[in-house]
Design a protein around this ligand. Structure first.
Ligand SMILES: *Cc1c(COP(=O)(O)O)cnc(C)c1O
Length: 374
């Protein structure tokens, strides 16, 4: 079976972990600080705050942005459920908006329709690594509404020529193994605002006024105090050591993913049955994942296409399950989002990772073209 994805680890990552274990310092410390600097400098953002996951980074992002009980946050339903969960963890309410038919990201005009006096923020998700149209979303809502970015899939993606994370909003990355670089688990909050970064650092470590490392390195005695409710959302130095090595590979991994996508695109764009991922001029895709959508001309049902791919040894997944249709929300909302539901029902995720061999790319392409033309 050709897998859907594969983390890209080498001997460098293994050595880096061994070095941390030998050093005797394994909790958040010097390696986390170094990993934060590496990400901040590569993405052109002033401050990076590592956390245990993108979900916890988003939770902190909402709190530091002053969003909580009584507030509404507009977000796409066409996303992983964690996008909405983080809003609820902060005490706020997710308000689902529909997506665009081509980019499968938030539709700014539908966002505008859902704004009320309770709307405090929009969570723009850069789904599978394609940047949402941040400027059009900004223009669709009043100035008082904050924009936050779920950039879980978007390390290395660009919007209007600059990396995602550097556009002045609080943005959060994920380092789960399904993403472009991975540490097992991990996340990071990015911000241009020093006060926001300081507050996030406090919240991720129980709300303590002093970090473990600062206390350890202090010359004299140093005591921490706790002024607000915090969390344990600290990344370990073991994870960060992997992350430092993964960052050295980032540009190579992105180039290789883009090469796989270019090959898929040129094979599939000729088929009247297949819609390939959008390539809007404002975005450079990172292809964290690669999905095709079956066009109306395709007579084969989506699930039958998937069954054939599996029989041909190609792992695949159905389109992202809309969050508003999950039992957690379904009975409360009775909401219909036509484009979200159509894209979810008609799309298929195909194998996508940097080291996907040429022969396997050919097998995926042949299997897809055969399955849709039955
Ligand atoms: C993966 C993902 C998340 C969750 O990331 P974790 O690091 O696993 O918490 C959130 N949002 C989107 C869009 C994702 O793809």
């Amino acid at each position: 079976m050709i897998p859907l994805t594969r983390p890209e680890f080498g001997d460098e990552e293994a050595r880096a972990v061994a070095d941390v274990l030998k050093s005797g310092w394994v909790v958040q410390g010097p390696r986390v600080a170094e990993f934060e600097r590496a990400v901040a400098s590569r993405l052109g953002v002033a401050h990076a705050v590592a956390t245990t996951s993108c979900t916890t980074a988003l939770h902190v992002a909402f709190i530091v942005s002053g969003i909580g009980p009584g507030d509404d946050v507009i977000c796409p339903s066409y996303s992983f459920i964690a996008s909405a969960n983080a809003i609820i963890h902060a005490g706020a309410t997710p308000v689902f908006a529909d997506i665009e038919d081509d980019t499968w990201n938030l539709d700014p005009s539908d966002v505008a329709r859902r704004v009320t006096a309770k709307t405090k923020a929009v969570l723009a998700v850069h789904q599978v690594g394609l940047a949402a149209d941040l400027d059009r979303i900004r223009a669709a809502v009043p100035d008082r509404v904050a924009i936050l970015e779920d950039a879980a899939c978007a390390i290395g993606s660009t919007y209007k020529g600059r990396p995602i994370g550097s556009h002045g909003n609080v943005a959060c990355l994920s380092f789960h193994p399904r993403k472009t670089i991975s540490l097992g688990e991990g996340g990071m909050l990015l911000t241009s605002d020093a006060a926001v970064a300081d507050h996030a650092r406090t919240l991720r470590s129980h709300g303590a006024s002093v970090s473990d490392l600062d206390r350890h390195q202090a010359k004299g005695l140093m005591f921490e105090e706790y002024r607000e409710l915090g969390y344990n959302y600290r990344m370990t130095d073991i994870q960060a050591a992997i992350g430092i090595e993964q960052m050295k590979r980032l540009d190579d991994l992105l180039n290789r993913r883009r090469a796989v996508a270019a090959r898929y695109n040129s094979a599939f764009c000729k088929s009247e049955y297949i819609q390939i991922p959008a390539q809007p001029i404002y975005a450079e895709h990172s292809y964290q994942s690669y999905a095709v959508r079956l066009r109306p001309a395709c007579r084969v049902k989506r699930d039958d296409v998937m069954r054939e791919l599996v029989d041909a040894g190609v792992t695949c997944r159905r389109g992202i399950s809309p969050i508003h249709l999950e039992p957690l929300h379904r009975n409360r909302l009775h909401l219909s989002l036509p484009i979200t539901e159509a894209v979810a029902a008609e799309s298929i995720f195909l194998p996508m990772y940097a080291s996907l061999p040429q022969e396997d790319q050919s097998r995926v392409i042949d299997a897809v073209l055969r399955a849709v033309a039955r």
